[in-house]
Design a protein around this ligand. Structure first.
Ligand SMILES: *Cc1c(COP(=O)(O)O)cnc(C)c1O
Length: 383
């Protein structure tokens, strides 16, 4: 089974060389657009590619306003500022995520509370969220959600669409509305994923995308804040550009700001990558179908999209029957130069986040010991 998996992946990628987990493909206008920025000298914070890239993402996701940033962590940080998260607040998120979700909270002096993921989506479970709040929180007389033991405010909930698979947003939104909490989506992994036909990252009050080198499209490093309204978008843009009040020559900044805006050089790469997004998505769906067929009938369960949504299949994943089977899969494939990877160490096991409040995390623990990511780079010949 395991050596046939190596053969299967090698055949799919038609190569005897090292097979990475996820490599970017630059087969479009990348060099041309990047060269344009150099020729024009507009490589930095001013230039047409930033606007163009934002417009493309707005149209694709049907969001009110998209604001390009230097990376996904910065996009998430900005989204959380927009959501009103303050120093000392608690923010509920899942322990099964990439560390950036928690770091963005930490940067603003907020603390995560970890609530379990659902087996349906591998993202934040609405039932576990409701149960945690029922047991550990109350609404004060102003309708604010208060963590009972510490008296601190629980301001926001940040679910993450794990590997591109959409979480149960309607149910999460319902719990958030009931408890007066803002929903912010970490959609860093889910460009091209839909929840009941609506693009992920546009359903919560704010969403954040990432264009890091390993994501479905890349700008080198980059991210985007998705805002529902033009007004919110304008404010997000303002705080990511040092909160400078527009003026031909005066420098006046009307609030604390960030230097988070995406350089034109990176946006040029993004525009070229964006032109290939639909081909990447098509190819990833075919790769996922092939993996699914390969694992069918074995005791390894290939992770498929939940029935209510459409996944971009950014990183393919398989659930091994046991931790021992996981170790064997990782060893056999990596020794054969086919890169596979266990899921992230759960956030509450990292030194920075081991002493924060948490609910029962049984599903997260179970998945941590069994999930393996498989090579998932797009294969353009397939689309
Ligand atoms: C990639 C990623 C981010 C953002 O990462 P950057 O490297 O800062 O762009 C945030 N959350 C998750 C879950 C991610 O996978």
């Amino acid at each position: 089974m395991l050596s046939s998996l190596v053969d299967f992946i090698r055949a799919m990628y038609s190569t005897d060389d090292f097979i990475p987990l996820h490599a970017p493909i630059f087969s479009g206008h990348e060099k041309e657009y990047v060269a344009t920025t150099i020729d024009s000298t507009f490589v930095s914070s001013v230039g047409k590619f930033v606007d163009l890239f934002e417009e493309r993402v707005e149209a694709f996701t049907t969001t009110g306003k998209a604001v390009a940033t230097v990376n996904g962590t910065a996009a998430l940080h900005t989204a959380l500022v927009m959501a009103g998260v303050k120093v000392g607040d608690y923010v509920v998120t899942q322990p099964l995520t990439f560390v950036a979700t928690c770091n963005a909270l930490h940067h603003m002096g907020a603390t995560p509370i970890f609530v379990d993921v659902s087996q349906v989506s591998m993202g934040l479970c609405p039932i576990a969220l409701e149960a945690y709040l029922e047991e550990n929180a109350h609404l004060n007389c102003d309708g604010m959600c208060i963590h009972t033991e510490t008296g601190k405010r629980i301001r926001a909930v940040v679910p993450m669409h794990t590997f591109g698979h959409p979480v149960q947003l309607d149910e999460l939104q319902l719990v958030c509305s009931k408890w007066g909490i803002v929903l912010v989506e970490d959609a860093a992994e889910s460009l091209g994923s839909y929840y009941k036909g609506q693009h992920t990252g546009t359903i919560g009050e704010y969403g954040a995308l990432s264009f890091n080198g390993n994501k479905i499209i890349t700008t080198g490093g980059g991210g985007m804040v998705l805002c529902k309204s033009a007004k919110a978008g304008a404010h997000a843009k303002h705080i990511t550009t040092t909160a400078k009040v527009p003026h031909p020559y005066e420098f006046f900044h009307d609030e604390p700001g960030f230097n988070y805006r995406m350089p034109n050089l990176n946006a040029a790469l993004g525009c070229a990558q964006f032109e290939q997004l639909s081909a990447f998505l098509k190819s990833k769906r075919i790769i996922a179908t092939q993996y699914e067929a390969f694992f069918k009938g074995s005791d390894f369960e290939f992770v498929t999209e939940p029935e209510y949504g459409q996944s971009n299949y950014w990183l393919n994943a398989v659930i091994c029957p046991s931790k021992e089977a996981r170790e064997a899969l990782l060893a056999v494939t990596n020794n054969a130069s086919v890169m596979t990877r266990p899921v992230w160490t759960l956030m509450h096991k990292l030194p920075a986040y081991e002493n924060v409040p948490k609910g029962a995390l049984n599903n997260s623990e179970w998945l941590e010991s069994r999930v393996v990511n498989l090579p998932s780079s797009p294969i353009l010949e397939l689309s």
